[in-house]
Write a protein that binds this ligand. Structure first.
Ligand code: GLA
Length: 523
């Protein structure tokens, strides 16, 4: 009876609405005069792991970060795209008397460069943390104010790929000017780095930050370290949702690191949070203890069908098209194959029956459509007009809707390493070689990347495609090189856009050590 009433109320609500959504909501509206960055970074939302939500400041140290790196690899989270990892406000450096940022070797004995190498060798990318003010939030670390150019150079020397820039202790600073200066400093330092702005929405970064960064926090912290907070997560979700028009490839709204898998949340809540983050094209930065997570948490965090929605190359942030009390219907997220993602979120403590009409989600023709349930991994249909779903308490129905029975997954890329390291072993010229292998967990063909020009004369890189992988062969000629250390950053751009949108550029480091002068083969 209660079920029938809920259904009737919903149908009335749906039918009475005058809202119509047209297929293909205009995506990626950046405000006039704001141009997103063209470094090819973060063309899909960044994914990774950061320590803050679970660990706070203690016990962040090298051992902890390395254990999480190993967990990303052993759980295969790396394979499904979790890439960026490193200390948050983990007391990892201080400012020495000469003004230089210097590793806190007590906590990070390999040095911050050593930690970066460890991360890169395992096919992951290196994330660090700083602050735009005088100090970080706890004041345990220096901020960049007045040292922007030296600090960004130091981050580049540590081979950092991603930096979260906090907004504590910034009294009297202008938020736009401060983050713009840091972006200029990063450009001057020369290393491509994802800039994650963390002003908690202060200064409305969605209006200007696409020109100086790749993602920006839209709200305050999602929780106190160690304490998952469902209520706070809900407030953040509904604040972040409103900003959907500002997100797009290389410029994302960031509702904070995820709390999935932290103590105190049930599986349904974890599933809901992950679906919401995927639907909002939010950065997927896990914040739980990866060493001890349950099977259910791992299954949620690695659900490829949900990740495929998040990593869709069109980069559209879905939004609410209907909300009736504690039930919301999310749509507006067209995907690369022409299908649409739809989410029904039930915040109630009882289950809900919801009738979803195709016309309601902006699909004008009411021909039968196929429905893929992204949690049950089942396809049904064709369904004429719409479908009915029953959503358990605090849970979701996360669906893809298509005219076709096929639900392809976009490319989901990982690499076996981001650091090629070679050493000359002879004083006569040699050709040394090593590969970087790119894998694709998506179901569509792996698109092709091409090497950017501008490599040093001692290095050449060729690209070969082989089924689901792409092999980047690095050949080093030592002829005529003097004793010393050589370094290059290789950039490859995606030349086969998926539905008109390129995938993120691939960057990696090549190191060469030449212990003794090498003769020139031409002589
Ligand atoms: C701020 C950020 C958090 C975390 C802490 C570290 O509160 O929003 O994500 O980085 O600082 O102190």
């Amino acid at each position: 009876m209660r079920k029938a009433m809920t259904l009737a109320i919903w149908m009335a609500f749906v039918y009475c609405s005058i809202f119509t959504l047209v297929e293909g909501t205009p995506p990626n509206v950046t405000p006039p005069n704001v141009r997103a960055l063209d470094d090819g970074l973060a063309l899909t939302p960044p994914m990774g792991w950061y320590p803050w939500n679970t660990f706070g400041q203690e016990p962040q140290n090298e051992k902890l970060i390395k254990e999480m790196v190993d967990a990303l690899v052993s759980t295969r989270m790396r394979e499904v795209g979790y890439l960026y990892i490193g200390p948050d406000e983990g007391i990892c450096f201080y400012r020495a008397s000469d003004g230089k940022l210097t590793t806190n070797l007590e906590r990070y004995p390999s040095g911050l460069r050593g930690l970066g190498d460890y991360i890169h060798k395992r096919g992951l990318k290196y994330a660090l943390y700083t602050d735009a003010g005088t100090h970080t939030c706890s004041k345990a670390m220096p901020g960049t104010k007045g040292h922007e150019f030296e600090d960004m150079r130091q981050f580049a020397d540590w081979r950092c790929d991603y930096v979260k820039i906090d907004w504590c202790n910034t009294e009297g600073q202008d938020v736009v000017k401060a983050y713009t200066l840091l972006h200029e400093a990063q450009r001057a330092a020369g290393r491509p780095i994802v800039h994650s702005l963390c002003s908690w929405g202060e200064g409305s970064p969605w209006k200007w930050a696409a020109a100086v960064g790749h993602l920006w926090r839209t709200t305050g912290d999602i929780c106190e370290p160690g304490r998952a907070d469902w209520q706070s997560a809900m407030e953040i979700v509904f604040a972040n949702e409103k900003l959907f028009e500002y997100a797009g490839p290389s410029h994302w709204n960031d509702p904070d690191m995820m709390i999935i898998g932290m103590p105190g949340l049930r599986a349904a809540q974890n599933r809901s949070l992950f679906s919401l983050w995927c639907m909002m094209a939010s950065p997927l930065i896990a914040g739980n203890d990866l060493r001890s997570m349950s099977k259910s948490t791992l299954q949620i965090l690695t659900n490829l069908e949900a990740i495929g929605v998040n990593q869709d190359p069109l980069g559209i942030q879905g939004h609410i098209i209907r909300r009736n009390g504690q039930i919301s219907i999310w749509a507006g997220k067209r995907l690369f194959d022409g299908s649409q993602a739809v989410l029904v979120f039930n915040q109630k403590s009882s289950s809900a029956d919801v009738r979803l009409l195709w016309s309601d989600i902006g699909i004008a023709d009411t021909a039968g459509l196929y429905v893929r349930d992204l949690w049950k991994h089942e396809t049904t249909g064709p369904h004429a007009d719409g479908i009915s779903v029953t959503v358990p308490p605090n849970d979701v129905a996360f669906l893809r809707i298509s005219k076709s029975r096929e639900f392809p997954l976009p490319p989901i890329i990982s690499a076996d390493t981001y650091l090629v390291s070679l050493q000359a072993t002879s004083t006569t010229p040699q050709t040394l070689s090593a590969t970087v292998v790119i894998h694709n967990q998506g179901s569509v063909k792996l698109p092709l990347w091409r090497v950017r020009e501008g490599l040093p004369p001692w290095l050449s890189v060729t690209v070969a495609r082989n089924g689901k992988s792409q092999i980047l062969t690095n050949r080093i000629s030592t002829a005529g090189l003097r004793k010393g250390f050589y370094h290059a950053v290789v950039r490859l751009d995606n030349t086969e856009p998926v539905s008109g949108r390129p995938m993120s550029a691939i960057y990696y480091d090549v190191d060469l050590e030449v212990p003794n002068d090498v003769g020139d083969s031409s002589k």
